[in-house]
Design a protein around this ligand. Structure first.
Ligand code: FMN
Length: 366
């Protein structure tokens, strides 16, 4: 069967729509030939200068890879994945080998690849149906190392909301987290189109009347002053109310915490998220506190926090581990989920010519 450049472009267009922490899109694809795609980790300043280590980036890379696989199968390819091939160097996360068949295999998740989006609006509190729960569970069948916990007990949800909102409080209460967060915001459509990374402000779904105040809060000296009156706590409390307006909270659990483990979890995240969307559910990850917890292992990141802040981050992570009964497993992903209107705005993506490298002569194959 014929392979074509058009197929590869189709596959990569899907892969570039994958979700990523802070929309930092930490990837680069190399098209070695029409049967071989290589995925490389490209840590941007958002990782090197940020309060986070690379754990979240590996989840994003896994999500991108899974999207590519779904799109490839829809074009009639069998996919074989070699994760972390040593001979390709440290930054190579996966080699995806494509074999063309006569049969196209349309995964129902395909139609959600280009429409999936993070929804930060309040959802309905309606519980998930049995069918929705079953679909979400079976979306993880292909990744036996990753398991799902769903929680709709309101008391336990309050405990989880309290733990994840420690991150929100630190966005407005800790200098490094504050600077990192505000550096990701694109305030205007024009800025967003130019940068194609980070958040277009309306995707944050903040109430319309707070935009001016929000813009001013990027000045740390003003923020610090307002914190004397407890502003950071007020914002965290408001976010907890939004989180609580959900049908359920959930977490994915995995054994281990290597880059490879996070990458495999990312593949599961993408299938899970697309399945949620296919079943009429909205999803917002709530992961900041998890990745801050992971960052405390790195001395250069840990010193960005006061001892009291470090203790709070650790306590919040313990509380999540307890709420989701993780035992000795790691939590790579925590989220809220529920029905309700979809998101009104979308983030941008880096253009293919910035992110995809074609081996010499490849584009002449057409
Ligand atoms: C590993 C990972 C962690 C994320 N954590 C959060 C989070 O804590 N809060 C949030 O609102 N969105 C979170 N997101 C969603 C991203 O911000 C989002 O995917 C990105 O901005 C692109 O937007 P889209 O999902 O609408 O395409 C996360 C996404 C990934 C892949």
């Amino acid at each position: 069967m014929e392979r074509s450049v058009d197929d590869i472009q189709y596959i990569l267009t899907a892969a570039l729509q994958a979700p990523s922490g802070d929309n930092n899109q930490p990837w680069q694809w190399v098209v070695r030939d029409l049967a071989t795609l290589e995925l490389y980790y490209e840590p941007g300043p958002q990782t090197t200068d940020s309060v986070f280590t690379s754990a979240s980036d590996y989840v994003s890379l896994g999500a991108a890879c899974e999207s590519a696989c779904i799109a490839a199968r829809a074009r009639g390819y069998e996919t074989r994945l070699e994760p972390f091939p040593r001979e390709k160097g440290e930054r190579c996360v996966a080699v995806l080998r494509l074999t063309k068949h006569s049969q196209e295999s349309i995964d129902p998740l395909l139609r959600c690849l280009l429409t999936r989006a993070t929804n930060r609006n309040p959802f309905k509190r309606t519980s998930l149906t049995t069918a929705q729960r079953a679909a979400l569970r079976s979306s993880l069948d292909q990744t036996p190392t990753v398991t799902l916990r769903l929680c709709d007990d309101r008391a336990l949800m309050r405990k989880i909301a309290k733990a994840v909102s420690v991150y929100d409080e630190l966005i407005f209460g800790n200098y490094a987290v504050h600077q990192g967060f505000f550096s990701t915001i694109n305030w205007t459509k024009q800025q967003d189109r130019l940068r194609r990374k980070g958040f277009y402000y309306p995707t944050l779904a903040a109430p319309p009347h707070v935009e001016l105040a929000f813009r001013l809060l990027r000045y740390w000296s003003l923020q610090r002053l307002l914190n004397v009156f407890g502003m950071q706590k007020g914002i965290a409390a408001r976010n907890r109310r939004v989180y609580m307006s959900s049908g359920a909270f959930g977490a994915l659990l995995m054994l281990g915490s290597t880059p490879h483990d996070y990458f495999e979890a990312g593949r599961a995240v993408e299938r899970f998220w697309l399945t949620a969307q296919l079943n009429g559910l909205n999803l917002q990850p709530m992961t900041g506190i998890l990745y801050l917890g992971a960052s405390l292992q790195a001395p250069d990141k840990a010193r960005l926090f006061t001892p009291a802040e470090r203790a709070r981050i650790l306590e919040a992570n313990r509380s999540l581990a307890d709420a989701f009964a993780t035992d000795s497993a790691t939590l790579p992903f925590v989220f809220r989920i529920g029905t309700g209107p979809g998101p009104r705005f979308r983030t941008s993506r880096r253009p293919p010519d910035e992110v995809v490298i074609w081996a010499q002569g490849m584009l002449d194959v057409r």
